[in-house]
Design a binder for this molecule. Structure first.
Ligand code: NAD
Ligand code: UDP
Length: 310
């Protein structure tokens, strides 16, 4: 069993990952400054004697006492609404936070896993996106604080691997949803579910013909753990290839919630990617992983949680 640092532990994915690692018998050190995370996401973890928590901003020097076998760096602003409001914090956590956590992993001789993103592919000109697609990102565009911080993070990880021989993993995560997302997070599934449950119109941005492919959280955590336990030092896409238009997603949410809500169209945020879908051939063949939870089943589980938050 190992001792593992999870940054972003109070967030959506970080808290589920923490619970999974504790259930597998690991010791977990959580770290978060709660800029977008919520302490109650860790209620279960705090019950464990094998869990400890540092309230710390990862862009500042990190000191963790004792050994670490792995560092999993999830801390970031992750919702387009939050990162557009906080572009400097977003750049700092992807750049300085990644540098600090890499330095810690080197010091502790720990395996390092970085949660990169499908946004490294920007507004893609190929669909689905395989890992060797180099992307279409506007470095001066409105989403660049996020996209470029993650691209810089990947580059820094490559440098630590090449120069220091650090054992690294890079997960390129595609849109993921589930319980513990904040209802005010601004991402599409919490928005649509909140609107459907309260009888408001669902706000589809643009014509709604843009696509995304949504992965349920338990599948994502399976994928991240499989990647950590592998020896793949190259980026791997983790996501669900079930691609939907946003119009289709709105209809599914209305059906699953049995809501009377209608749909209104609002302005499309600038440079909103037109298509997105992971090519997961590599994860299938090299990790033996693929998602198993359907959109309807995943939404049903998420809705149970969101209802408790209203
Ligand atoms: P989240 O906002 O729920 O969690 C991120 C956590 O990081 C929050 O608890 C936040 O407080 C913390 N954090 C941010 N800046 C910090 C700092 N400077 N110091 C310490 N803690 C800090 O987001 P999430 O959806 O759980 O995302 C987790 C990771 O996965 C992120 O790195 C994100 O970029 C990546 N990712 C997520 C998705 C997705 O669809 N959920 C898609 C692609 C990539
Ligand atoms: N979107 C929408 N209505 C909302 C929120 C988002 O139509 O209330 C759209 C958004 O424009 C994008 C897609 O849904 O095309 C996914 O947005 P999200 O913010 O969840 O994440 P992204 O994939 O853009 O990072």
């Amino acid at each position: 069993m190992s001792r593992i640092l999870v940054t972003g532990a109070a967030g959506f994915l970080g808290s589920h990952l923490t619970d999974r690692l504790l259930a597998k018998g690991h010791d977990v050190v959580g770290m978060d400054n709660r800029v977008s995370g919520q302490t109650e996401n860790l209620d279960n973890a705090f019950e464990h004697s094998r869990f400890s928590f540092y309230d710390h901003d990862v862009t500042e020097f990190i000191h963790v006492s004792g050994d670490l076998d792995a560092v999993m760096h999830l801390a970031s602003l992750a919702s387009p609404v939050f990162y557009r409001e906080n572009p400097i914090k977003t750049l700092k956590v992807g750049a300085l936070g990644t540098h600090k956590t890499l330095g810690l992993a080197k010091e502790k001789e720990a395996t390092y896993l970085f949660t990169s993103t499908s946004e490294v592919y920007g507004d893609p000109e190929v669909n689905p996106q395989p890992e060797d697609y180099r992307g279409n990102v506007d470095p001066y565009g409105p989403r660049s604080c996020y996209d470029e911080s993650k691209r810089y993070g990947e580059s820094l990880i490559r440098a630590y691997r090449d120069q220091h021989g650090l054992d690294v993993r890079v997960a390129r995560i595609f849109n993921t949803y589930g319980p513990r997302m904040r209802l005010d997070d601004g991402r599409v599934i919490p928005n649509f579910v909140r609107q459907a449950l309260t009888g408001e119109d669902l706000t589809v941005y643009g014509d709604g013909e843009q696509t995304r492919a949504f992965c349920y959280v338990s599948d994502m955590i399976d994928g991240l753990v499989a990647l950590l336990e592998s020896d793949i030092q190259e980026p791997v896409n983790i996501g669900n290839p079930d691609e939907r238009t946003i119009n289709e997603l709105a209809q599914v949410v209305i059906d699953v919630t049995d809501s009377d809500s209608g749909i209104t169209h609002e302005e499309l945020p600038p440079q909103d990617p037109q298509v997105r879908r992971p090519d997961i051939s590599k994860a299938r063949s090299e990790l033996g992983w693929e998602p198993t939870v359907s959109l309807r089943d995943g939404l049903a589980k998420s809705i149970e949680y969101f209802e408790t938050q209203l």
